[in-house]
Design a protein around this ligand. Sequence first.
Ligand code: SPV
Ligand code: MN
Length: 627
Amino acid sequence: MQPLEWLKSRMGAREFEKLARIPDPRVHQFVAESAELCNPSEIFVCTNSPDDIRHIREQALATGEEKALNIPGHTYHFDGPTDQGRDRKATKYLVPRGDYLNPALNQIEREQGLSEVKGLLRNSMEGKTMVVLFLCLGPKNSVFTIPCMECTDSWYVAHSVNLLYRTAYEMFAAGETANQELFRVLHSAGKLDERMVSAEPSKRRIYIDYTENVVYSVNTQYAGNSVGFKKLALRLAIRKAHREGWLAEHMMLTGVRGPNGRRTYLAGAFPSACGKTSTAMIPGNTILGDDLAYLRNIDGVCRAVNVESGIFGILKGVNERDDPLIWKILHSPGEVIFSNVLVKDGRPYWLDMGIELPKEGENFTGKWWEGKTDEEGNPIPAAHKNARYTVALEALENCDPELHNPQGVELGGIIFGGRDSRAYPPVQQGYDWVHGVMAYGAALETETTFAIVEEEGKYEINLMSIQDFISIPLGQYLKNYIEFGRKLQKAPAVFGVNYFLRDLKTGEFVNNRQDKYVWVAWMERRVHGEAGALKGPTGLLPTYEDLRRLFKEVRGLDYPREEYTRHFTIRVRENLRKIERVVQYYKREVPDAPPELYQVLEEQQKRLLKVQAEAGDFASPDMFEEV
Ligand code: SPV
Ligand code: MN
């Protein structure tokens, strides 16, 4: 039977009509196959009509996947106790026999993986509704646009998708998807317990079939595993991008205000929970994106768009003083989904929010009270560290006006930043594209955080902050990156930042959270040649005079010279060790690493050794010459 015919027999007339209006046969086939496999009792097709969007919100509440909070439009949702972050182990590429993916990437033979995940999906939607969603990645009517669809049995996931992405039913109905690659996601939360939480976490699987552009996700609700267009479709986009000569990146985008109303766009790649959103949210600047960006060479210029149109942001540490704009959204009427917070009397609470938390309430483990412990006797925190908020970007007053520009925005600079307590200075600039992307991107080291369900605080390489999501050989990814920059008429400036440098003796952070406001302003001035630089051994460093001026301008603060010296003294030995770790890693894990990588690191090593011979293990910035 033809998919449409089969669907007609399975769906209500109204829902069927919505689907039949779409001329793309791949859509019918995917919905039919998904329904046949998962066996839902109903199918709901979401057009972009306000009624359909409202229906999803209402069903999320009616089923209990979300519950209402006191502020109108605010709801909360819980994921299971072990479903609180991206699951690296359960996320695998389906690799056809004879195909090669870097061994560092988690993978399973395609046929075997398909049969496993389909086995888990079989009849997983019995008694539930399958929601069919249409959206697009990147702005509409643009060279960046990628059409997508998701079938899910979770109203919470559907609600999140509608807040986080550009809905695009009309684009599908108008037949505009015909000649384009189509990303498809099939998700089921699986069996739910009485709290409407995925009940079989050991059967969680997230498999990516890059041969067909399809993602399968089952027995999970955490949005990073279930909303297919975060890091799952990113893996598909990376393959597409590298075939076509552009970049799909784990980057925020921000419009930085410069002198005389100038706005300069910077992109920034940071591992999860390392300052990406807060860099995009600096007061006075605008936010264009906080997680995913596509970069293209358009007429020799590097232009970027936000893949998404909403924020799935971390709550831990969000407080009124440091994050006034987010704080306001989280306390005003409007659509916000809170996940894995502590709820008490209809109010959400999270860790380090700057106010005292209630001693009891409901959290991701059920009823919670201070002193509650898990099976191993460890105290359970009031809210999960990876508690999040989901909100549409347009709800923010600092949302950038170019969000939906089909041409994207011109990038003045790209920032790479890890959680590096030991080596790199707070901010520096690459000598050129290749040096910057190799020394700060490819060599990015970071300590693991709570955003993945694993041990925290391990030092690891996370190249371009995207390592977990790279779906082609890592060396090829780096080569394409180098080529991308070489083909631009003027490549963006490349910066390295490190917000997490610690004092080697006391272990305290060297910088204040708001120092990044100044670093970002310095980068903006550098893009326009309005700030000087010193030639340090690992990159170009700010001069004292520029920073003193910018600390005053941006933060109204004096910046004593001792502070500057403390911030920008190069830790020579630590930087030499870093190079050794990075080289070892690439020799071991990335047989196809490009020669430019080793060349950049070797030269960096030579410069550091020279400095060491002159100044020892700590080199004050005063010894470097202005360029
Ligand atoms: C991240 O962890 O990098 C996120 C959230 O942006 S997730 O959707 O889990 O990827
Ligand atoms: Mn992210």
